[in-house]
Design a protein around this ligand. Structure first.
Ligand code: IDP
Ligand code: MG
Length: 161
């Protein structure tokens, strides 16, 4: 709508974020959502579901040669996952910063995995690792009509015109 949001339309990115079964079971849904929300990112899709193992294998297809692939897919499909799409300037790369390193041992304090997890196989959250992956993962997990386009009044305080 406004001139301000038109200026930013070209820079707006979306990323796929999932709270894995360990994050859900540990009661960390609101903690994780609030870190993205407080930063200023906009939640454009969210649902809770237990993926099938086949679906988990599609999601992690790029890791199929890795020794931990089978256990990882068993784990992702072991219980409910909160699947989300977050939107904002630079959200793909900075979302990964908020999350921390793959292994919580290497994640800085202040990051989600650094503050809230210990083991690499129980690192509570997934985030797309680049713009192309983000597009593919959003398409895998969501139908286009599940993504909600809306403005936030706070955007004028978050972004310079
Ligand atoms: P990422 O989640 O930080 O993008 P990836 O390399 O894409 O990390 O791996 C996907 C997931 O597989 C990780 O989040 C982690 O839960 C699991 N994983 C990665 N490396 C290992 C490992 O060496 N042992 C067990 N699980 C692993
Ligand atoms: Mg990854």
């Amino acid at each position: 709508g406004s001139a301000v949001s038109t200026v930013h339309a070209a820079e707006i990115e979306r990323t796929f974020i999932a709270i894995k079964p360990d994050g859900v079971q540990r009661g960390l849904i609101s903690e994780i959502i609030s870190r993205f929300e407080r930063k200023g990112y906009k939640l454009v899709a969210i649902k809770i579901l237990t993926p099938t193992k086949e679906f988990a294998m599609l999601h992690y297809d790029d890791l199929k040669e890795r020794p931990f692939f089978n256990g990882l897919c068993d784990f992702l499909s072991s219980g409910p996952v909160v699947a989300m799409v977050w939107e904002g300037q630079g959200v793909v790369k900075y979302g990964r910063k908020l999350i921390g390193a793959t292994s919580p041992h290497n994640s800085e304090p202040g990051t989600i995995r650094g503050d809230l997890a210990i083991s690499v196989g129980r690192n509570i959250i997934h985030g797309s690792d680049g713009p192309e992956t983000a597009k593919n993962e959003i398409n895998l997990w969501f139908k286009p009509e599940e993504l909600v386009d809306y403005g936030l009044d706070s955007e004028k305080w978050l972004y310079e015109p």
